[in-house]
Structure formats: structure tokens, C-alpha cells
Design a protein around this ligand. Sequence first.
Ligand code: SF4
Ligand code: SF4
Length: 387
Amino acid sequence: MVNQNIAKAPSVWMKSAAKTVTFMVTEDCQLRCHYCYLVGKNAHTRMDFEVARQAIDYLVENRDLFPEQAIVWDFIGGEPLLEIGLIDRICAYIEYKQRQQEHPWAESYRFSLTSNGILYDKPAVQQFVAKNRDHLSIGITIDGTPEKHDLHRVYPSGKGSYADTARNIPLWLAQFPGASTKVTVASDDLPHVADSVLHLFALGIRHVSINVVFEDVWREGDERIFEKQLLELADRIIDGTLYAEHTCSFFSEHIGQPVQDNHNWCGTGRMLTVDCQGHFYPCHRFTPFSLARKEAITIGNCRDGIDFNKLRPFLSLDRFSQSSEACRTCEVASGCAWCQGANYDYADTDTIFQRATYLCNMHKARVRANNYYWYKLKRKLASERCQ
Ligand code: SF4
Ligand code: SF4
């Protein structure tokens, strides 16, 4: 349904035309979020500039291997803003190298960061934002109401981080008005879902990207709590006409139908992650730092480049090759996500071809609430047109 009265989520820059290269610049973070999949956070492992320089040289000098017309240079941690000086130096080198090589990326690149927001107002961060504003996107993760946020996003002492993140939201939104935030929902924060999305809207965040975790955390009955929350959220968004300027990714016209295509869910393998030591991975979820049960899977390093034999299994991943018969024939499969890294971490063997489906009941609950949302919204808009 195309309707000018309904806000649209911001589109992804260049979508699949862009290569995404992620630098894991530090294994440190101020927080110890309960649902964080990163293991072994520490204050001493950080990327050396020379590692980043070698990786950039390899990528920019090998156009035949990386023919994408655009590139997103992405920085994560731990908390990337802890290393803003290093990131600034890396970005300056990227710009120099792209120009020096007369690479098409010099005209088509973005820098991207996802942060907990605690350091966002610091002078070094603000100087970086001012310098790179035209080709920069920064996401700040805030989980919703203070109660929900502080349930999981805590300092090592156990103290919640809501106040330290929320204080920087106005500045962030003034600089990036269309920015969206990513919210993660686990079992014990289900009762806060509706209030949290509405709280983020009230803070001025117009687009909330929200998902339930892929991990094995769901308890019997969670799907009923979740569905009730989504129905309440649907009513409050529609009755308050919030849909005109806000979006919440739980509600999408494209979920809950049989799937015809055979694509993999995510871009693992087509993207590239570089860790602090200069090892290459198909995505950051395959680094040793991100896996709780399995060995990391490396596909090369910044000195020798990518080993394409190691990359091949990732490029052959598709929906059918990793899904059970139940998922392949599922009537509501569209929008039912998986994470390749989580699949691998939970698989019975060292395979990447086994899909974890712990969120099955949660997806079905979402589909039911989503159907309710669109039915109610379309009826409301139709009746307004008749008036
Ligand atoms: S996990 Fe469940 S809801 Fe998702 S595609 Fe498989 S059967 Fe369908
Ligand atoms: S493997 Fe997981 S973390 Fe990596 S791109 Fe896919 S969904 Fe994202």
C-alpha cells in the first residue's frame, strides 16, 4: 500500500550496491549490556593504525576484487567513540587513498558508526562530526524507557546508563534529524515494548528499528506477552496518528507471507570485517570476540588479503540451504530473520548451514499483531477519505 499519510523508514544508502567494510577498532566498552554477544571485553586490545592502513591499501588497490560502485567504511567496538582519535586518522587516510588512486569510491563513500552515545558530546567527537558531516551516519543505541534501558544496558557496577545516553540524544538529533535507533528485545523486557517505542518517539526519534534477539532466551508464554504489547502499540500509534511521522520496524507490510525467493537473510560474506589484529572475517559475528561456543572463522588478513576458498561457503548460503522443511514451506516466513553468526554459534556441529529458530513463536506473534495493525490503519485511512 502506498500512502502519503504514512511515514517511511529511511532507505539504506546505496543498498546492496555498496561494499561494507567494518573496522573493529577496540574490544573495550564502558558498558556490560546483558544481551551483548561480545565476549572478553578488555581495555588493552585496540587496532593499530598500521593494521587499518594495510587493510585500506588492499581494498582500494584491488578494484578487480572489489567492483562495488560505493563503499561504507564502518567502525564498531566495543564502543568505537573510545577510539575517536584513531577513527579520525583512519578516515583521513581513507579519503587520501581513494583520491590518490582516483578510485570511484572517492565520489561515493560513507563513514558509519554505532555508539552507546555516552561520549557523543565530547569535543573530539564533535570535531569529527563537523569534519565528516556530509558523508557520515552515526547511530546511537537507546533501548526505550529508562526502566527498559537500565534493565540491560548497565556499567560494570550494575548502574544503568540511560541518563548518560539520553542526555546526548537532542544534540545527535539536531545533527542527524532523520536518524533511527536500534532496539533489542529480550525475554524480561517484553512488558516494556509498547512504552519504550512510544518513549523513543517522544524523545524525537522518528524511526525505531527494533528486533527480538536470535538467541535461545525465550520462555513459554513470552509470545503472548509480546503480542499483547504489539497490539497495544498498534492502537496507540494509530489512535494517536503517530504513523504519519514515525515508523517502528515491528510493523511492516512485507512480513508474514510465504517467501518465494531463495536469498540469504543478511550480507555476511559480501561484507568484510577487520579485527584489531588485522584478521579478516565475513562479518563481525565470526570474530573470536563475538562467539561464545565456536572457534572464529577467519577468511584472510590485511597483509595477505582474502582467501577466497574460505569465503566460498559464505557466498553459497541461501535460504533453502540452511532452513528446515518447516521454514521452507512456512506460510508466514517473510520477515522471519536469522543471524548467520548466531546460527553458527548454536549449531550442533561447526556448520554455518543450520538455521537457529528460537524466535519462531515470537515471529508468529509479530505477524498476528502486524496484520491487526495494517487492517486497522487501512480502515482508518479509508474512513477518513470518505469524510
Ligand atoms: S522460524 Fe518459524 S516463523 Fe520463521 S520461517 Fe521458520 S517456521 Fe516460519
Ligand atoms: S551474521 Fe548476523 S551480525 Fe552478521 S550481518 Fe548477518 S545478521 Fe548481521
